[in-house]
Design a protein around this ligand. Structure first.
Ligand code: RIB
Length: 299
């Protein structure tokens, strides 16, 4: 069973700041770094580093060599990722002293993922494969429809939240991997209270399975008949960027390996704790060996 990830690739421009810049304010950055990121790329790397077979479909610009290199070095298959003229997608990221971030993305080549590229990639899908999507490229809705027709299970990380989400046929999604903000938005719940989000999501999409990540409160898996909860592994937060992507990749990887949900949640939780304790997006994502060692030290 393989994962076909049709997703974004960004060059992350990361600014370490005392506090997030306020309206009208100019601040000087304490640190600056450029790293590989993009929700798509981060999730592909998490899948590959955890030992899953993952094929990434997307687009980079003329400056995207580093993005292709990190995918290849991590073991991601990139035959479906095109190099186009123009600029790659990029993100401007502020990381504060508590490791919290805020992010602005600029689509670049991610906005040129065409229906033809998706058709070509989905030809390789076999019954039961997972097609993974986020909301940072063009034609996400088309990708969900095409993947479903090809017999894939469709997983969606509906991030970031914006108008484009309305173009995605949510009733085709088999696995939602989302945080409480996204959960509230998609479910139509009145608050970010997890119980309420769970009830609303199950009511709206009774055939789907959900992973709800809740920051300090851990993570929940639920579907029509089951619910499992996992606490976080406490670490000092250095940079939370890509923690959710790491969780998502490790979760789906566990499914491809046929593991039980409680074990999958535990491993994904450990992987994302390690990512939180390190700087950067892609550079912070651990290998399976690192996650295994981390869990052994804490058992
Ligand atoms: O989820 C983190 C990612 O969001 C960053 O790597 C950035 O590129 C944006 O896509």
């Amino acid at each position: 069973m393989k994962v076909l990830n049709i997703g974004s690739l960004n060059i992350d421009r990361v600014y370490g700041v005392d506090h997030f810049v306020r309206p009208g304010e100019t601040i000087k950055t304490k640190t600056y770094a450029e790293a590989c990121g993009g929700k798509g790329l981060n999730q592909s790397i998490a899948l590959a580093r955890s030992g899953a077979e993952v094929h990434h479909v997307g687009a980079v610009g003329a400056d995207g060599g580093m993005l292709l290199d990190v995918l290849k070095a991590s073991g991601v298959h990139i035959e479906g990722t095109k190099s186009l003229s123009g600029a790659s997608g990029h993100a401007v990221i502020q990381v504060d002293q508590n490791g919290q971030n805020n992010i602005i993305i600029c689509g670049g080549a991610n906005d040129s993922v065409s229906k033809e590229m998706i058709d070509e990639a989905v030809k390789e899908v076999e019954e039961g494969d997972i097609v993974l999507l986020q909301n940072e490229i063009s034609n996400v809705g088309y990708a969900a429809e095409t993947a479903k027709k090809a017999g894939a299970k469709v997983a969606l990380n509906p991030s970031p939240i914006n108008e484009n989400l309305k173009t995605i046929p949510m009733d085709l999604i088999d696995y939602f991997i989302l945080n409480e903000i996204e959960g509230k938005e998609i479910s139509g719940a009145e608050s970010e209270e997890p119980e309420m989000i769970m009830e609303k999501l199950k009511e709206k999409y009774p055939k789907a399975a959900f992973v709800l990540t809740l920051g300090e409160k851990g993570s929940w898996y639920f579907d029509e008949t089951r619910c499992f909860k996992q606490e976080i592994y406490k670490v000092k937060a250095v940079d939370t960027t890509a923690a959710g992507d790491t969780f998502c990749g490790y979760f789906l990887s566990g499914l491809t390996k046929g593991k039980e949900i409680p074990e999958i949640l535990k491993t994904a939780s450990a992987a994302s704790a390690i990512a939180v304790s390190r700087s950067g997006a892609a550079p912070s994502i651990p290998t399976y060996e690192e996650v295994d060692k981390f869990m052994a030290e804490r058992s």
